[in-house]
Write a protein that binds this ligand. Structure first.
Ligand code: FNR
Length: 380
């Protein structure tokens, strides 16, 4: 791992260690993957002001997200099937985040359950909710998140129906998993991954199997998920969830100024400017390109966060400069997990922290809380 210097290195190692169908599941976007690529590419178009001869000692990256202290303004995004990048993946990533002092967000579609992650950590983590048609299941899930003392609910709004990712279809990724010669070969060529998987009992969707009505195994699960995402989800449901939960609420998947204005009026604590990492509406703009407009429209009413395309500390600084109070990484921590379990996630966070610290200093700033649009250079 000593030769790993940037997130791209972790990605290359994860590709060698994780079976193709699961690596591709992380490294994919909807249809042409245009929005997935734009999320990263648009960060490179933003340039930073290089400043000299300012005091760069005693720097601080500490900040807050929804009033909670963070060692840097970065959280781990909720990602489904994380326990397939590495056995017990959600528990390992949550522990890495906890030790690092940044929030971990557990997905509804995780392999490890809320209770598993609670048993692996000592501080509160965040829980991401998909509102399923079965509202009793949703109520129960919220009760479980409360019992586990989750300190924020991240409500995802941009997956009422599922975007199509060609790689998953081509790879035959499914629940229950298929065991064609191709799949068996993919796993057999990753012996370390296979050994980890044989040693854990957590290979199913821990928040769902045994909890949702008539879902007892992987095949009943696939029938259930196919019909459970709710195309009728509305702003009234957001109000209902807010009341049911009663704690800090973050609305995820806002990419439009009008939606941001609606979201701000719900009284939620934050919104995440996000296009689901380019996995839903291909052809939508990148998250970073929409951030300034959304901050201008609602930044004085609600905390604005951003995810999508962050691959370095420079990207984090650019998002903070353009008005985000917090940022998130999805794939970068998944690559870390696939490459090296908990140590890999820690390394991903360390890489980004170091890049953020050096970048901030070279922009002539010492405190992340003082970063504003004045660190952005004029265009060409
Ligand atoms: C996701 N994302 C996601 N979002 C969510 O709210 N619930 C989920 O279960 C998932 N699952 C999921 C799986 C995988 C493999 C990926 C890559 C992403 C979206 C995620 O939370 C976040 O919005 C993006 O990952 C951010 O973009 P980057 O950092 O991956 O570029």
């Amino acid at each position: 791992m000593s030769q790993i210097l940037e997130i791209r290195d972790l990605k290359a190692l994860a590709k060698r260690r994780v079976p193709k169908m699961f690596f591709d599941y992380a490294d994919s976007g909807a249809w042409t993957e245009g929005t997935y690529r734009a999320n990263e590419d648009d960060f490179h178009k933003i340039k930073l002001r290089q400043r000299v001869l300012v005091d760069m000692t005693n720097r601080s990256l500490e900040s807050t997200m929804i009033g909670q202290k963070v060692s840097m303004p970065l959280a781990l995004s909720p990602t489904g099937l994380t326990g397939m990048q590495h056995a017990d993946g959600e528990m390992l990533a949550a522990k890495a985040a906890e030790d690092f002092g940044v929030p971990f967000t557990l997905s509804t579609m995780s392999i490890c359950s809320i209770e598993d992650v609670a048993s692996a950590t000592t501080k509160p983590f965040w829980f991401q909710l998909y509102v399923m048609r079965d509202r009793d299941f949703v109520r129960n899930l919220i009760d479980r998140a409360k019992a586990a003392k989750c300190s924020a609910l991240v409500l995802t709004l941009d997956l009422q129906i599922l975007g199509q990712r060609h790689k998953d279809l081509r790879n035959g990724l499914s629940a229950p998993p298929k065991f064609t010669p191709k799949h068996i070969w993919q796993m057999a060529t990753r012996p370390l991954w296979c050994m980890q998987m044989l040693q854990t009992k957590r290979r199913s969707f821990g928040n769902i199997v045994g909890h949702a009505k008539n879902v007892s195994d992987l095949s009943s699960l696939s029938v259930w998920t196919a019909e459970q995402f709710d195309p009728r989800l509305s702003w009234d449901d957001v109000a209902w969830i807010k009341e049911l939960w009663g704690g800090p609420l973050i609305l995820k998947g806002i990419l439009d100024v009008e939606d941001a204005e609606m979201a701000a009026r719900t009284g939620a604590d934050a919104i995440i400017v996000s296009n689901h990492g380019g996995r839903q509406l291909d052809g939508a703009p990148s998250s970073i390109s929409m951030l300034p407009k959304i901050v201008d429209a609602v930044g004085d009413m609600i905390e604005v966060h951003l995810d999508g395309g962050i691959r370095s500390g420079q990207d984090v600084l650019k998002a903070i400069a353009l008005g985000a109070k917090g940022t998130y990484i999805g794939r970068p921590f998944l690559y870390g997990l696939g490459a090296g379990g908990k140590a890999g996630v820690t390394l991903a966070l360390e890489i980004i922290r170091k890049e953020l610290d050096i970048t901030m200093a070279l922009c002539g700033k010492r405190d992340i809380r003082d970063i504003s649009r004045d660190v952005i250079a004029e265009g060409l």
